[in-house]
Design a protein around this ligand. Structure first.
Ligand SMILES: Nc1ncnc2c1ncn2[C@@H]1O[C@H](COP(=O)(O)OP(=O)(O)OP(=O)(O)O)[C@@H](O)[C@H]1O
Ligand code: SF4
Ligand SMILES: [Mg+2]
Length: 344
């Protein structure tokens, strides 16, 4: 699989302003702080990590919806040429956004309640001057059907739909410009559990039909196991591990991933792992610890960990880890849990 998009040492530092009128900058929230990963054409790459680790900011920054403050973003075009996404001007960026879309967690907040579904879905065709009139209608009908909704409902407003249907509308809106890459930011976490699988399956079938590539941001590790080909783990603004899904779940090489895996809830008591409890609070991203960012909560930390930041490096084929001791630690993985949950 060829690379579609890669980021290197990406940074998003938000200024902290104090003082009501002058807004003096007193520091920075390092929401993304040297994150590197690459997304392959046609895959679903999962992005996991606890709340506040920077997943949403990273997902937006790689499309430049949020402006990065450092690092590189490279879009690899099919013909073999590359686009440096961080330096393209606004006109070019808007043109490229046709190929890269976002789907959000809360399908109600992200749909304008005063617009009909037809207008919500068709809007970007008008804005980009791609289609209008009968041609626009035809494309809107085609995409709404593809997303499993009835074309007769196009004249209705978002409030007339259930959460799952609203997420289908959001997906249709993202698809209308025929993008290649979609950042799905917790696309199912606001939905009823009974609806979540339907939306996951819709995303999967759309991927197969249309050859889409997804970045799938989620908390639910069972959904990630089901949906993703590979998974990247984020901690305090950095990617600490990235591997093919089964490898990451069964043979994690980073102590933080081990802790995440041990917390997967499973119904069978025999299959449960002893949870790895992380001591202390997540450090403040405005004041991250020196050395390995994870050392304040890592049970394997030593003197080196407290002073030297480990680089994200390959440990074996396609398995990247940022830990000084990745080669020598024996960590517990999720074993049969992921499978059991994926087929549940
Ligand atoms: N616009 C902003 N200005 C200042 N700080 C921000 C801004 N957006 C996010 N942050 C901070 O950046 C950090 C990362 O936030 P982000 O929303 O990217 O995390 P996340 O991993 O998506 O969390 P969650 O799982 O809760 O969605 C947090 O400390 C957050 O408070
Ligand atoms: S580098 Fe050290 S502190 Fe960081 S995860 Fe590895 S063992 Fe733990
Ligand atoms: Mg988020």
């Amino acid at each position: 699989m060829s690379t579609l998009l890669s980021i290197e040492n990406l940074e998003v530092h938000f200024p902290i302003r104090r003082g009501a009128t002058f807004g003096r900058t007193t520091g920075y929230v390092r929401a993304v702080d040297g994150a590197s990963l690459e997304i392959r054409r046609g895959e679903t790459l999962g992005l996991v990590g606890e709340s506040g680790s920077g997943k949403t900011t990273l997902g937006r920054a790689m499309l430049r919806v949020v402006e990065p403050t450092g690092g590189r973003i490279t879009l690899h075009l099919e013909g073999g040429s590359n686009v440096d996404l961080r330096t393209v001007d606004r006109v070019e960026l808007r043109r490229l956004w046709r190929h890269m879309q976002l789907i959000f967690q809360d399908p109600y907040a992200s749909l304008n309640p005063r617009m009909t579904v037809r207008d919500i879905i068709g809007e970007s065709l008008l804005v980009h001057g791609i289609a209008k009139g009968a041609e626009l209608e035809e494309r809107v009908v085609e995409v709404i059907r593809r997303c499993g909704l009835d074309a007769e409902h196009l004249g209705r407003y978002p409030h007339a739909f259930s959460g799952g249907q609203r997420q289908r509308i959001s997906i249709a809106r993202a698809l209308i410009l025929q993008p290649e890459f979609i950042v799905c930011d917790e696309p199912i976490s606001a939905l009823d559990v009974s609806i979540q699988a339907q939306i996951l399956n819709l995303l999967k079938s759309l991927q197969q039909e249309l050859g889409l590539t997804y970045l799938f941001i989620a908390h639910d590790l069972a959904a990630v196991a089901y949906a993703c080909d590979r998974v990247a783990v984020m901690y305090l603004g950095q990617i600490v591990e990235m591997a093919e899904t089964q490898k990451l779940y069964y043979t994690p090489k980073h102590p933080y991933t081990e802790a995440l895996m041990s917390a997967i809830p499973v119904p069978d008591p025999d299959a449960r792992l002893k949870p790895v409890l992380l001591p202390g609070e997540r450090p403040d991203p405005a004041n991250p610890p020196p050395g390995c960012r994870f050392h304040t909560r890592c049970r394997y930390a030593d003197a080196k960990c407290r002073t030297e930041m480990p680089a994200l490096a390959p440990i074996d084929d396609g398995h990247l880890v940022a830990c000084h001791h990745a080669g020598s630690l024996t960590l517990q993985g999720a074993r049969e849990q992921a499978d059991a949950l994926a087929t549940a």
